[in-house]
Write a protein that binds this ligand. Sequence first.
Ligand SMILES: Cc1cc2nc3c(=O)[nH]c(=O)nc-3n(C[C@H](O)[C@H](O)[C@H](O)COP(=O)(O)O)c2cc1C
Length: 192
Amino acid sequence: MPLIHECVVTTLSPEGRPHIAPLGLIEEQGYWIAAPFRPSSTLFNLTHHAKATASFTDDARIFAGLVVGQRNWPLTDIEDWPAPRLSAALAHAELAVVRVEEHELRPRFFCKVRRIESHRAFLGMNRARAAVLEAAILATRLDMLPREKIESELAYLQIAVDKTAGAAEREAWDMVKTKIDAHQRAKADMAQ
Ligand SMILES: Cc1cc2nc3c(=O)[nH]c(=O)nc-3n(C[C@H](O)[C@H](O)[C@H](O)COP(=O)(O)O)c2cc1C
């Protein structure tokens, strides 16, 4: 399996309006591949605008916020590149789509990295941030996963949050957990 970089990708609408979404970019044979599911704004935008930006951040609240619908994270323009980066990015990569592999469900956009630029120091891995990332991914797949799997994964991830989270990570965890709990309750109500 290739390495996947979990990041926030800025794409541009045909009118040039930026859209941000968390995405896993697959690093394979010199390309970084974006594989957004249909339908999504990211997919629509990439078919209309071949330039995108990946922002790398250690702020778990941004991943959490985006999956619960908070989209107004500040963006910063990049010189000579149309897709802005997250202002909070530790680093960003400018991505040019050079080839598209069509697929019914999940087309693959093969990108070349034009430039990578650093903005802030990376101060090390953190288990709670990784746990929030996992929970955020779960939160985007709730309809595809059985209730028991969601609950057992959350219980396991909660351990890392309890042991290693700072205030920002707890805030991010609570955002994602609230969304997942509401979904679980709604599913249970429907089953009655
Ligand atoms: C860490 C993380 C990685 C994700 N990676 C992908 C991905 O590779 N492909 C995908 O379709 N969705 C992925 N998602 C879910 C998308 O972010 C989500 O479906 C989003 O709403 C994209 O739709 P949009 O472009 O319409 O905003 C990921 C979510 C998270 C939290």
